[in-house]
Design a protein around this ligand. Structure first.
Ligand code: 3HC
Length: 653
């Protein structure tokens, strides 16, 4: 082995057996920053010129091969060489270049690998072109080389969805050539030596097998239907579908499209969400604080919410002890959880050994004392203060003093629940969203007395559960439901001021929400919110504007889709505008002497956005939310706010 040659701060190489082994070392994810590109460029020039070098292996230090282009450079002046320049040099090299994928090869990372003549990977490697998730298309040849390598339909599936493929799938698709069982770099050197002298197989020179146009139309139809008005998936489809063009023409079109999208508001919004997710786990006051160990999780209440939490906890490897009021209810809970596991088994999400392992870690009981081994207990019982206080007092007596108690309340004050216990510092809120095994968002509620290591444990457990934790302070409804209340309130003001439910819904759907607010209400049922409004009636500030239309609907027995009528009628199950609802709204407007006016879709969505952003500002001022990005994450991941609009705070910035 030769000495190490340094080509830039992040690129170094050794020569082994006549092969230049180039290592990219640009923590944390080996993104192709200007320094990486410049170092690679120099290494390639050196490899071409040095007579003793017969081939090149490119690999990454750490657990990633290349995480993609450095997205922190987006929006800054371009620095040459660009990634396409480097990739072109790889493909033009007269000596074989082997990509040795030690981990994920994403975006520009896979594009670089695609230009190499051979791709070899460790079993933990993953590949993907997730650019559309950042509002862009691949900008360094991905849309042109991948279809040449694996055909248009498979490339369309990967590029337009942005999904990541594991090594075994990548091998079967033909993206990878080999998954060696021996040392990755040794095997890559071996491959380079094998290919020396052979005429190089250049991906860019392959011809994509012509794809059936009806198949393309079908696949792209599905992708575009899911895109909810986003530009990048449509552009990705267009570029892949036209990849039979001469390479240079396709590459030029791809680059121009990439650059336009990269500078768009949509891409800025999705980058904002990407970085906000990573920021959210950085919580002030928790630096250097260790989480408490958690092996066993108790779950009180095995209804839909409790069962969903149990599924997430079992999947994460925890032992689960479920508690319900009676043995019968506990058994029913057990059945429900096992039923969900069986569904995962049937869908292939879980294999038989995983199913058996998860089931063996599930216990249920109706006896409080059986929760004694728990390191963390999460309650998911009826959202009533007395019920929860009673439960926490009982738990206080049976679990170890260092065990953590979490409430899943949506609206109650967790400080009041904590105050009823002997150790309020071990209490926090873990507000899951339903269905809890599906929804990623988890509001982690820092109560007045929550100890730092208890909060740190909440965050660690959340991540193990594969959730996206966002820390919130105590306020009615926490971050999400407080903003949602403002959103709902504004929609009701709009109703009174002149808009109709379907007009508001269409405006929201046009904006990018998967479903309008009133359609969502009907699906969820109107009675729970009605009961809450009745409870709050006595303490409501009479000087605040209150819209009674929803109450009138409930009084008329219109409790949502289940009752056949709500904000809409459902003849034959189909959502339809109902003149009866319009009449109720008109009567209420007349009672308040409101002269209705009409609203454009844009006015409606802007008023709704403004209401959310104003409430968000209040949450920041009160210290309930730490950052605007945290609010955006909550609304995008829990309330259907379109990610490509960046969340209400970003949208209004
Ligand atoms: N550029 C710059 N920084 C990046 C980055 C990128 N492409 N990808 C990740 N990072 C940063 C994160 O912001 C984070 O920074 P922080 O520590 O300061 O918060 C750090 O790297 C670690 O990231 P994760 O917490 O996400 O680390 P994981 O180990 O969990 O995941 C990963 C690693 C799978 C690579 C994940 O980071 C990821 O999915 N990255 C984005 C992949 C991507 O979208 N690539 C395409 C980029 S666009 C492109 O390539 C254009 C090309 O076609 C021209």
């Amino acid at each position: 082995m030769s000495d190490v040659t340094t080509f830039s701060a992040t690129i170094s190489a050794t020569t082994r057996n006549g092969i230049l082994v180039v290592t990219i070392d640009n923590a944390p994810v080996n993104a192709t920053s200007a320094d990486v590109r410049s170092g690679l460029d120099k290494a390639l020039v050196h490899a071409e010129a040095a007579i003793g070098i017969k081939g090149v292996v490119i690999t990454g230090a750490g657990k990633t091969f290349i995480g993609g282009a450095d997205i922190t450079e987006f929006g800054k002046p371009a620095i040459e060489p660009t990634l396409p320049d480097v990739i072109e040099k790889i493909e033009a090299l007269s000596k074989p270049v082997i990509a040795a994928l030690n981990g994920a090869a994403l975006g520009g990372g896979l594009e670089l690998a695609l230009a190499c003549q051979y791709r070899i990977a460790s079993p933990s490697a993953q590949v993907g072109l997730p650019e559309v998730k950042l509002g862009i298309v691949p900008g360094a040849g991905g849309t042109q080389r991948l279809p040449r390598l694996i055909g248009v339909p498979a490339a369309l599936d990967l590029i337009a969805s942005g999904r990541i493929a594991k090594a075994a799938e990548a091998l079967s698709l033909g993206i990878l050539d080999e998954l060696p069982e021996t040392d990755l770099v040794d095997a890559a050197i071996e491959a380079a030596r094998r290919l020396t002298g052979a005429s190089p197989r250049k991906t860019g020179e392959l011809t994509a097998a012509p794809a059936d146009p009806t198949e393309i139309d079908k696949a792209s139809g599905k992708i575009l239907a899911k895109a909810r008005g986003q530009k990048a998936p449509a552009e990705a489809v267009r570029l892949v579908a036209s990849s039979h063009r001469p390479l240079a023409e396709g590459l030029a079109d791809e680059r121009a499209t990439f650059l336009t999208l990269r500078d768009s508001r949509e891409a800025a919004a999705l980058r904002h969400i990407f970085f906000a997710e990573r920021e959210a786990s950085k919580v002030a006051g928790l630096e250097g604080i260790d989480a408490r160990p958690v092996v066993t999780i108790g779950i009180c209440g095995l209804g839909l919410m409790g069962s969903g939490i149990a599924i997430a906890a079992l999947a994460a490897g925890y032992t689960v002890i479920g508690l319900d009021q009676t043995q019968e209810a506990a058994e029913k809970g057990h059945e429900r959880i096992v039923g969900l596991l069986e569904r995962n088994l049937a869908s292939g999400r879980l294999d038989r050994s995983g199913f058996d392992a998860q089931k063996s870690r599930l216990f249920v009981t109706a006896t409080d004392a059986n929760l004694a081994p728990c390191d963390l207990v999460i309650e998911a019982v009826f959202d009533d203060l007395d019920v929860k206080i009673d439960l926490f007092r009982r738990l206080d007596k049976v679990v170890r003093p260092d065990a953590i108690l979490a409430t899943n309340t949506s609206y109650l004050n967790p400080d009041e629940i904590a105050a009823a216990t002997a150790h309020p510092e071990r209490v926090l809120g873990l507000h899951f969203f339903s269905p809890a095994h599906v929804m990623r968002l988890l509001e982690v509620v820092r109560c007045e007395k929550t100890a730092p290591d208890v909060l740190a444990t909440g965050l660690t457990v959340a991540k193990k559960l594969k959730k996206l934790p966002v820390v919130t302070g105590v306020t009615e409804g926490f971050i999400g439901n407080r903003i949602f209340s403002a959103y709902r309130r504004e929609a009701e003001f709009l109703l009174e001021d002149g808009a109709l439910p379907h007009e508001i819904d269409v405006a929201l759907e046009n904006y990018g929400f998967p479903m309008g607010l009133f359609a969502v209400y009907d699906m969820a049922g109107l009675e729970i919110a009605w009961a809450r409004r009745k409870r709050q009636a006595a303490t409501r500030d009479p000087s605040q504007r209150y819209v009674e239309i929803a109450d009138r609907l409930c009084e008329a027995g219109r409790l949502g889709q289940k009752s056949g009528r709500g904000w809409y009628a459902y003849p034959d199950g189909k959502r339809t505008v109902d003149p009866e609802v319009t009449a109720i709204i008109e009567t209420e407007r007349a009672k308040k002497h409101i002269t209705p006016r009409s609203f454009s879709k844009d006015e409606i969505s802007q008023r709704m956005l403004q209401a959310m952003a104003t409430e968000g500002e209040a949450l920041l001022a009160e210290g309930i939310a730490a950052r605007p990005g945290d609010i955006d994450l909550v609304m995008v991941n829990g309330y259907g706010f379109p990610a490509h609009k960046g969340g209400p705070m970003f949208a209004k910035s």
